[in-house]
Design a protein around this ligand. Structure first.
Ligand code: C2E
Ligand code: MG
Ligand code: MG
Length: 592
């Protein structure tokens, strides 16, 4: 057998994903029939792998495979001929084979041949006595081998066709792309992916009309697409509500995009269905044999997501939008590792200053992530991603643990700081959040009044009843609560009045403009006076200049935090900063 033929044969075999799969009654039934027809105790569906015969089905054999070398089934696979050996001892070829050594004398095998003519192996019967075989027996063996092949094809198609639309599915799409890469490598082609409807629309439709709604939409789309593409071109059903197809070879990007847009607008306009879905379409370029098939699908999908995000019908793949998606995905994927790796996460501490005494009265703990490949990633980038997942619980626990451990150290060393810890909106949805915080305090021997939790206004508004309950419980035991980033969310004065918080942090965006004009100053002055009227202590965030400090003191602001005083620092650097500050204050006191 030619070497290339053997490689193609092996590829055909491997592509069926049959090797090393579990036994199945549909094959065993045929094997038993073969054994009965010959009246022999041993029969098998034997597949010829690179160096072994592996049995998909076996009767009278205990092992799963034998070496390929000198196995008669390998001859069947290589030649695709039926092989009959009345007595192995009399055969020059097989006299010394493993089978002969194990006492096998008779062998008959019929080829398992694919439509493309590749021999996968044999349906074989074996006996321990030499014997002849009649034509009827051999014909029956060939028929049974045909049944084995039908079964193999059926099983294979089962994983390749979508049961609803009957169209080839994602697996088939990926395989066909790989084949195209082999047959016509280096061609620039375009792939189109149609996403039938946004999730909300589908679930609304299903609620009103029932599950049939989705089936109807999918079937309609499949029918329309197949009719539009015509014979000779394939529509793939790549996910429940997504279809993909290739543009004809040589299609020009710009012309193709406008063609797709017009065709889709036309279909939309002619749809009589009141609940017609709003499809979004992504088109992506790729190079056959170079772009991995999974990437082809992913880029087209990204483009469809982009179309959906911008409410446009069709979108062409953009690498920059893709890299944003990929980075978010990477963050999500890798953050779990970070939580379990002491090298990646750490806390930085930023000083908070009393504007009257000039002393450092507290610090805010800020999470830092040093990704092993992407480098430092800002919490402003990763927290919003993490907050949408269940990882937020363990993340806040990690921060509480690390922050309270550091606070315990400071307090033990006589440093009388209050530590502020940021918590996320979703943490307040937990029914036992207050209890968890108390457990952490207890474990680290930290008094509740040494700790302040920073929450944003929107955090509280998300789930008012539970948030109030959790915060109320914490305030009762003595923990302080601060409203973070005040002025940026949908501020609600009503909530501000009810909130158990005692500190209000004015967002740093207001500090940027404070030196610029009277209007900006009036805004900050009003926020401070309003907060004071509601008995809040006021902290200005993001204070970067001496000018801003003077203005804030003039407005009666209580505390400030910002690069002007100190950047967020690792604990050691923070200690050094504190030492330097006390020397400065001591110097000022002496001078006075
Ligand atoms: P935030 O709680 O409002 O924290 C203050 C942010 O302002 C910090 O950004 C800090 O580095 C920055 N900042 C402080 N002073 C100045 C200044 O003078 N100028 C400027 N331009 N910026 C200043 P960072 O550390 O990047 O954190 C961003 C946000 O990420 C935080 O805003 C907070 O919402 C969130 N975050 C950080 N750590 C955690 C955490 O442990 N848990 C939760 N849930 N969120 C966190
Ligand atoms: Mg904060
Ligand atoms: Mg803030």
């Amino acid at each position: 057998m030619h070497l290339n033929d053997e490689e193609a044969r092996l590829e055909a075999l491997h592509r069926l994903n049959l090797l090393d799969t579990d036994p199945s009654e549909s094959f065993d039934r045929i094997t038993r029939m073969a054994s009965q027809i010959f009246g022999l105790p041993i029969a098998a569906v034997s597949l010829t792998d690179r160096d072994r015969q592996w049995f998909k089905s076996r009767v009278g054999i205990t092992h799963f495979s034998i070496p390929r070398h000198k196995a008669p089934c390998a001859e069947v696979a290589e030649t695709t001929n039926t092989v009959l050996i009345p007595d192995l001892h009399a055969s020059s070829c097989y006299r010394n084979s493993i089978l002969a050594e194990q006492g096998i004398r008779f062998y008959a095998g019929a080829s398992l041949t694919t439509r493309d003519g590749h021999g996968l192996g044999a349906l074989c019967v074996l006996g321990t006595e030499p014997r002849e075989a009649t034509d009827d027996e051999m014909n029956a063996l060939s028929d049974l081998a045909g049944m084995v092949m039908a079964q193999i094809e059926l099983q294979h198609a089962f994983g390749r066709l979508d049961p609803l639309s009957g169209l080839p599915n994602r697996n088939q799409f990926l395989d066909d792309l790989a084949d195209l890469g082999h047959e016509r490598p280096g061609e620039q082609r375009l792939v189109t992916l149609i996403d039938l409807a946004p999730h909300e629309q589908l679930s609304d439709g299903m609620r009103v009309i029932g599950a049939i709604y989705l089936e109807q939409i999918v079937m309609d789309a499949a029918r329309v697409l197949c009719a539009k593409l015509g014979p000779g071109r394939t529509v793939y059903h790549v996910a429940a509500t997504q279809f993909a197809f290739l543009a004809p070879a040589g299609a020009h990007e710009v012309e193709y995009l406008s063609y797709i847009r017009e065709e889709s607008l036309h279909s939309r306009g002619t749809s009589g269905n009141r609940f017609a879905p709003t499809a979004s379409i992504g088109v992506a370029p790729f190079i056959t044999g170079e772009t991995p098939p999974a990437t082809v699908l992913r880029t087209a999908h990204t483009a469809a997501l982009e179309a959906r995000a911008h409410s446009s019908l069709v979108s062409f793949y953009s690498p920059s939008a893709d890299s944003t998606h990929q980075r978010r995905f990477r963050i999500l994927n890798d953050f779990n590792d970070a939580l379990n790796d002491d090298e990646q996460l750490s806390l930085a501490f930023q000083p908070r200053m009393d504007l009257v005494t000039g002393e450092c009265v507290g610090a805010e703990a800020l999470l830092r992530w040093q990704h092993p490949e992407l480098g430092s990633i800002s919490p402003a980038e990763f927290m919003p991603v993490i907050e949408q997942t269940s990882l937020i619980g363990p993340t806040t626990k990690w921060v509480l643990d690390a922050a309270l451990a550091q606070l315990a150290k400071w307090r033990a060393a006589g440093v009388e700081l209050q530590l502020s810890i940021n918590i996320s909106a979703v943490n307040l949805h937990d029914r036992d959040f207050a209890q968890q915080v108390q457990l952490h305090l207890f474990r680290h021997h930290v008094r509740p009044e040494w700790v302040e939790l920073e929450v944003t206004e929107s955090a509280v508004m998300g789930n008012v009843a539970n948030a109030m309950l959790q915060l109320g419980t914490l305030v009762e035991v003595g923990v302080h609560v601060a409203i973070d980033d005040f002025g940026t969310g949908h501020s609600s004065l009503a909530y501000l009045q009810q909130l158990p918080g005692s500190v209000l942090k004015i967002d740093r965006t207001f500090m940027r403009d404070i030196s610029q004009g009277e209007r900006e100053r009036t805004l900050v002055r009003s926020m401070i006076s309003l907060a004071h009227d509601l008995s809040y202590r006021v902290v200005a965030e993001g204070v970067e200049t001496a000018d801003a400090v003077d203005l804030l003191i003039g407005m009666g602001c209580d505390e400030a935090q910002g690069f002007f005083f100190g950047r967020p620092m690792a604990a050691d650097a923070f200690n050094a900063w504190l030492d330097a500050l006390s020397v400065k204050i001591a110097g000022l006191t002496r001078a006075a």
